[in-house]
Write a protein that binds this ligand. Sequence first.
Ligand code: CDP
Length: 224
Amino acid sequence: MEEKKIVVAIDGPAGAGKSTVARAAAERIGLPYLDTGALYRAIAWKLSKEGIPPEDGGGISKALASFRLEFSPGGITADGMDVTAAIRTPEIDGIVSAYAARAEVRDALIELQRAQAKNGLVADGRDMGTVVFPDAELKIFLTASAEERARRRYKERLERGEAADYDEILKQVAERDNYDMTREIAPLRPAPGCIVLDSSDMDAAQVTEAISSLALRFMEQDIR
Ligand code: CDP
């Protein structure tokens, strides 16, 4: 049976496990994976490094006009520099949402994101199903309790050999969710027609399996 190149849009709050399961599901079903959070993180990294605050719309537009963002195998480069690790720090966690709320930033990324979908893809972020890929064949809203999400992030940091404070992470996760859900442009919310998956009591393998089997059924065109 011929397989369709579909778009799988995965949205949800911080630490829900989106990138882990989106990456694994993409590999399983043979589609490219797009980590849109990495794009926002790289922009926050660049703008903060240049001393341009989130309030400075003019400065942001000017800086982004000459900014080059590219995906590398397993990572991302900014103006040719590998920033894969530099964008996953508590500092970037703390500032990324303020930059991501700006129209200048979001507008700069829309076409770049859509251009990746020519051969289908699995993409994760905050506005995949609502704004960037509203016609996606499969839309998932992946969530989990704030405590469970903070616990996962805490574990991730320890596994990377970094210092971590659970209460601080819980506070930051809640603050970032609030920021992402209440912003004016492209707020985080379940897209119309999405499937809501609460992963509080599921491990990554179970969530990957659930999403992959749904996607494979769409690709084989036996549900529509
Ligand atoms: O991995 P985690 O869930 O912590 O975050 P991420 O997916 O790397 O995204 C980091 C931040 O970028 C989010 O908190 C949002 O503020 C912003 N973001 C967004 O606004 N839209 C997207 N499509 C992806 C990320």
